[in-house]
Design a protein around this ligand. Structure first.
Ligand SMILES: Cc1ncc(COP(=O)(O)O)c(C=O)c1O
Length: 338
């Protein structure tokens, strides 16, 4: 294992030894290639650079207390990437290819998988880009799919602690019939300004209402939202949010723990009725919300400075499954190194 300051890692980029690549040419995917180069040689007219033909994914490999290394729900990331591919007219990366490359990049970089005790993990970033030169707006003929790996610490400093969020009405992240449900770079570009303003005001992230009416809850920056009341886990149904794999898992765990689960539109006013609320995603698992401020109306939705009982239980169960300490009864994990 490399000698890194594992517990001091942030959610950033640390170089590792290898990435894996596969090219799509003449209508088919080629062989998997292993590379030690951190750079890409790209045509300056590549469609990914001009027309945003770019999609990515994010998943983690965990070094577990039993000594094994596990990947969490990689098939779900493959399926979501395929949805994104259909959404922005790129060839789908087959699930088998996705999984083979994910496993390979973990094994090749195993010296960079943080120790269990550090709370850090190995983040995988699959990336698919259109590489053909085109000056007219049309899909590329050729593509590059790659996966790199980088060790990461917690997304928010302090890990599982409650943080403040701010409702940002001046910007839309994605349109109702746009690309919000796909993991494409353009959505993140659209969020950067709102995110910067939120940080400047001391919030960990911006929080979006629906773009059309600003009446319903959408998501929390780069994470889905859930609220809890009366033993019920409630999460928004919206056509412009990313279908989070963490949220999907938490809905199942909530049900397993005996909670009711509702996925439906959530009016902003309903935020007042939740006993607990949180943001969820691969990076933080759950980031409990301490308070959510609607600066324009002066309304403050408060959920307490400490994570609530249900959020804690959900967090511990999901982390336990990822680290192999809680029974994986739905078969969500895949042992990559035994
Ligand atoms: C916009 C957005 N929403 C939600 C999520 C959470 O998704 P997941 O749980 O699959 O990481 C992410 C992170 O990938 C995201 O970027």
């Amino acid at each position: 294992m490399k000698n890194l300051d594992w517990s001091g890692l942030s959610f950033g980029y640390v170089p590792t030894d290898y990435n894996v690549r596969c090219y799509y040419r003449n209508g088919k995917w080629g062989e998997i290639e292993i590379s030690s180069d951190e750079y890409l040689k790209l045509h300056m007219a590549a469609t990914c650079l001009h027309y945003g033909q770019e999609a990515f994914e994010g998943l983690k490999a965990y070094r577990c207390p039993d000594g094994k290394v596990r990947l969490f729900r990689a098939e779900e990331n493959a399926a979501r990437l395929q949805q994104t591919c259909r959404g922005i007219v790129m060839p789908e990366v087959p699930t088998d290819l996705f999984i083979e490359m994910a496993e390979k990049v973990v094994r090749l970089n195993q010296a960079y998988i943080p120790p269990y005790e550090s709370g850090a993990s190995l983040y995988l970033r699959p990336l698919l880009i259109g590489t053909s030169a085109n000056v007219g707006v049309k899909p590329s003929k050729e593509y590059l799919f790659l996966i790199f790996a980088t060790p990461v610490g917690p997304y928010f400093k302090g890990g599982f602690v409650s943080n403040p969020y701010v409702i940002e009405r001046r910007f839309d992240r994605a349109a109702p019939l746009g690309t919000g449900k796909y993991k494409v770079g353009g959505n993140y570009a659209a969020s950067l300004k709102a995110n910067k303003l939120a940080h400047e005001k001391g919030y960990v992230s911006e929080f979006y209402l629906d773009s059309k009416e600003k009446k319903y809850v959408d998501e929390c920056g780069a994470a889905n939202f859930f609220g809890i009341k009366n033993n019920t886990y409630v999460t928004p149904k919206s056509s412009s949010i990313l279908p989070s794999i963490t949220n999907k898992s938490l809905m199942q765990i909530a049900e397993d723990l005996g909670m009711k689960v509702e996925c439906r539109p959530i009016l902003e006013e309903e935020l007042d009725t939740f006993e607990e609320a949180g943001a969820c995603g691969t990076a933080a698992v759950i980031s409990p919300i301490s308070h959510l401020d609607d600066i324009e109306t002066g309304k403050v939705y408060s959920y307490g400075d400490k994570p609530g009982a249900w959020s804690t239980k959900l967090y511990e169960t999901l982390r336990g499954i990822q680290y192999g300490t809680v029974a994986d009864k739905h078969g969500w994990t895949r042992v990559v190194i035994d």
